[in-house]
Design a protein around this ligand. Structure first.
Ligand SMILES: *Cc1c(COP(=O)(O)O)cnc(C)c1O
Length: 518
């Protein structure tokens, strides 16, 4: 069943002269000239089609959406890949369940995947299509390198990328994490990773040191030549600006609305508000595309932590990081100053790639840009936002546990608070992006009435991440159980112990030594 003509992709800055197919956009990641790929047209669904998807499995829902985009992978193969992506790796058959936590407020749980954070929703899917795209080209007789995916991570992305790419054909993945910047649980998740095509290295320093070193290696032509000539490898980044990561995220908004109709939480066509804890703007942007496809979403509520550049942007139309200090928060996956997927929204609302290019150039050169009135009004039509302090985040975790017996992680807590502040009579869908147990220390502090900056009390200090999480589970009986993958972390053998110096050389030497070892 080929539902639609293939949709091609253009770049947001208008610098790539050729429209690309889906698999071309996935392999390229970013367009020449720095723009991001966006679909030339967005397929539309009727309400009956949306409601009807409630009868399908999650894998079938995802297949249906990908086929409507007319992607350049055979239909049966799309269905097979979706069964692989959204099957046994998730701890619930519904994959992305919607639960009612308060009357009128539902939570969309996106953390039932193998790494207990929402990055799995995209990274269980995207590497399959990445590897398929390479296989298709090889089968057609093209000569092609395998791909080396380099990742610098502050926690969630590294593990989700390892789990998504492990043992996928034609790919290898190397993850670098800052030894001074990830939690005990996050580190253990990465250094125990299985798979013959993966490696993990600690970098001495913080996330910034780590990211800079990986970027330098990524753009070093000498290193690229060595990889190609000696190992038949081309570098790729597979980060959240890849369209292959964005498209799978559209599916769960459609899926959630269908489920809400099915349980009578909304009447078909009744608008809902959606509140999303936002960092790089990928998740909430997928909600915007779902709205364009026909999901009755009223407002998209953008929830931020103390790094609230997006809240200010939605208020003023000025994106300004020229004097902004980076703040550490209990929701580290939202600690972002340059929100890279915002560029796609600016393109969709302004329709003018030359404007997008100028804004991005101004941001790079002077740390700020101001959008025009038309684009600003478009933004205000669909989006609203607010931000939450560190101490408020922990207070929300405590309050929602006491009032509703539901334990939030600190990212979802930010969204919960913003949803409450901006609520109207419309049903609210709060998007939950991590299992509480991934951030056990914050849950522990919240349930013990501590502030974010307070040290852990003596009895909890020095506990391993897993022990602390078990302690929280005893304090909060009835909270979602600790996922098996996290509970057994202490028993998994450590496979990767190497720590390297920051800088380009540390990264390059680590990668070449690993490749030469076979
Ligand atoms: C990545 C992440 C976010 C932010 O999502 P964006 O798509 O970058 O806006 C929020 N919460 C968690 C737990 C994450 O891992």
């Amino acid at each position: 069943m080929r539902v639609m003509e293939p949709i091609l992709y253009r770049d947001t800055r208008g610098l790539d002269p050729k429209p690309r197919t889906f698999t071309e956009a996935v392999i390229a990641g970013i367009a020449e000239g720095g723009g991001l790929y966006v679909p030339e047209r967005v397929p539309e669904l009727t309400l009956a089609q949306i409601a009807g998807s409630a009868d399908l499995t999650y894998a079938q829902r995802a297949t249906d959406i990908f086929l409507r985009f007319g992607i350049d992978v055979p239909d049966e193969r799309v269905a097979e890949l979706m069964e692989l992506a959204y099957g046994a790796a998730f701890d619930t058959t519904s994959v992305a369940p919607v639960v009612e936590v308060d009357s009128g407020t539902h939570v969309l749980e996106l953390w039932h995947g193998p790494t207990s954070a929402f990055k799995d929703m995209a990274l269980q899917c995207m590497p399959l299509f990445f590897s398929e795209a390479i296989s298709m080209r090889l089968a057609a007789g093209r000569k092609l390198d395998d791909y080396l995916v380099l990742v610098a991570t502050s926690g969630d992305t590294g593990k989700a990328a390892l789990e998504g790419f492990a043992d996928r054909d034609h790919t290898r993945v190397v993850v670098f994490y800052p030894v001074d910047g990830v939690s005990d649980i996050q580190r253990r998740q990465m250094v125990t990773q299985h798979g013959g095509n993966v490696a993990v290295f600690g970098v001495r320093g913080n996330f910034d040191d780590c990211q800079t070193a990986v970027k330098q290696a990524f753009t070093d032509p000498e290193f690229a030549r060595t990889l190609h000539e000696r190992h038949g490898l081309t570098m790729s980044s597979a980060n959240s600006i890849n369209w292959g990561r964005l498209m799978p995220q559209i599916v769960y908004y459609i899926s959630a609305y269908a489920d809400m109709i099915a349980v009578g939480a909304v009447r078909p066509g009744e608008p809902i508000d959606v509140c999303v804890p936002t960092g790089n703007f990928g998740n909430i942007l997928a909600g915007y595309y779902a709205k364009r496809m026909g999901v009755p979403i009223g407002r998209l509520l953008c929830a931020s932590n103390e790094n609230h550049v997006l809240t200010d942007f939605l208020g003023t139309g000025a994106y300004d990081i020229s004097h902004r200090r980076f703040v550490t928060t209990p929701s580290p996956s939202m600690d972002i100053l340059v929100s890279s997927n915002l560029e796609r929204l600016l393109f969709e609302l302004s329709g003018r790639p030359e404007d997008v290019r100028h804004w991005q150039e101004a941001l790079t050169a002077g740390g700020r840009f101001l959008v025009d009135r038309h684009t600003f009004e478009g933004m205000r039509e669909h989006f609203a936002g607010d931000w939450v302090t560190n101490d408020e985040s922990l207070a929300v975790i405590r309050r929602v546990w006491e009032d509703h017996g539901y334990l939030l992680d600190p990212h979802t807590a930010v969204a919960w608070e913003v949803a409450e502040r901006l609520a109207t009579d419309d049903p609210m869908l709060v998007v939950s992006t991590a299992h509480w147990a991934k951030f056990g220390e914050d849950a522990y502090k919240a349930l013990n009435n501590l502030d974010y900056a307070d040290p852990l009390p003596a009895e909890a200090r020095g506990m391993s991440g897993v022990d602390l999480v078990e302690c929280v589970a005893r304090l909060a009986p009835g909270a979602a159980p600790i996922p098996r993958n996290l509970a057994t972390l202490g028993e998994q053998p450590v496979r990767f112990e190497d720590v390297v110096d920051p800088g380009r050389e540390g990264v390059e030497t680590a990668v070449t030594a690993w490749l030469e070892q076979g």
